[in-house]
Design a protein around this ligand. Structure first.
Ligand code: 3HC
Length: 306
């Protein structure tokens, strides 16, 4: 026998309306939203590190200003998403603790090194491009604060993707050394970008329930395919080769066929054994510790205002 509250929850989902913080929700729904939004927020904050690594070494003032703006945006996305998570009754200090103690995840993609400035362009083009594919549907996620946060974040991700593509176009019109630098970065970031969409649907324990609760609007494989179909023509415009010999248009499917991902690599990176996992978490831990005095001063100031 379902209660009135459960019926209201179900009816709200059926009508594609939003669940708001004040509404009753199943505990499993709340836990799923905390997990997904918090890990998304962690990803934004950790994601500042790979590109931030190049701010002091950008080749021109213009590139430095663009990169500064982008990294600052990621910080804002993280804070936005931590605020959305807090509407579910959790505290961001606890979420940070869960991140730095490895009890919560962040996106695998940020555990790879940024070896040249071309990586900054490829991250904008591929990583933010993948983020847009994954996050535009989340603007229709059933949890109100998350869906609304996504609308603003997706607008800024579009700027990120365009600035990355423009940077690469500039380099591809440059010297052979610059063109080689771009191709090397594409070779290193293509497959990890496809892994951003998560494990195959058959190995995705959360997808079925998240789709039923209209948290996720498409499966991992559907969005991965959408990203490949969108990106292959862009690679042609850029003049780069995507590192997949099995990549080809399938007229019957009206999609690109592509090769098998290295799911062992994915599992290794997600479980903490990627190229930069230890460095990324140590850096986040250090930043948190270094900022303790600011938090204490702000709390003391707030107490004096009461
Ligand atoms: N990296 C790390 N962990 C991953 C992962 C990845 N790329 N893909 C999946 N996982 C984890 C999941 O979190 C889950 O573990 P958990 O139960 O402990 O949380 C497990 O692998 C199984 O995966 P599922 O497919 O069952 O999990 P989900 O249904 O949560 O789907 C997801 C995974 C597609 C990433 C989904 O959580 C999602 O869409 N999240 C919101 C978007 C997001 O977080 N994007 C991160 C990219 S960073 C970014 O966009 C910043 C931009 O500036 C580039």
């Amino acid at each position: 026998m379902t209660t009135d509250l459960e019926q209201h929850f179900e009816r709200t989902l059926e009508k594609d309306q939003r669940i708001e913080p004040r509404d009753w929700m199943p505990e499993g729904y709340r836990k799923t939203m905390v997990r997904q939004i918090a890990q998304h927020a962690h990803s934004e904050i950790i994601g500042m590190q790979p590109e931030g690594n190049w701010i002091t070494r950008a080749p021109s003032l213009r590139r430095k200003a663009i990169l500064l703006a982008k990294v600052q945006d990621e910080a804002g996305h993280g804070l936005y998403l931590y605020s959305a998570t807090e509407t579910l009754g959790v505290d961001r200090a606890d979420l940070t603790e869960r991140l730095i103690t490895g009890r919560q995840k962040y996106s695998s993609i940020f555990n790879y090194p940024t070896l040249t400035f071309a990586d900054v362009g490829v991250i904008g083009w591929l990583v933010d491009g993948a983020a847009i594919c994954n996050q535009v549907p989340l603007c229709r996620s059933s949890y109100g604060p998350y869906a609304r946060a996504m609308i603003r974040i997706c607008k800024e991700e579009s700027f990120h993707q365009r600035q990355g593509f423009e940077l690469l176009m500039t380099m591809m019109k440059g010297t052979q050394a610059q063109r080689d630098m771009v191709q090397d970065a594409v070779d290193r970031w293509w497959w990890p970008s496809l892994m951003m969409f998560g494990p195959p649907d058959a190995d995705s324990p959360n997808s079925a329930q998240s789709m039923a609760w209209k948290i996720k609007r498409h499966t991992n494989d559907e969005l991965r395919q959408r990203f490949v179909d969108m990106t292959v023509p862009q690679a042609g415009v850029l003049g780069v080769t995507l590192p997949d010999p099995d990549l080809r248009w399938n007229e019957a499917r009206e999609h690109y066929d592509f090769g098998e991902l290295d799911w062992d690599e994915f599992k290794q990176v997600v479980s903490g054994n990627g190229p930069c996992n230890a460095e990324r978490v140590a850096h986040r831990r250090q930043a948190h510790e270094d900022g303790a005095w600011v938090r204490e001063a702000a709390a003391a100031h707030a107490r004096r205002q009461k």
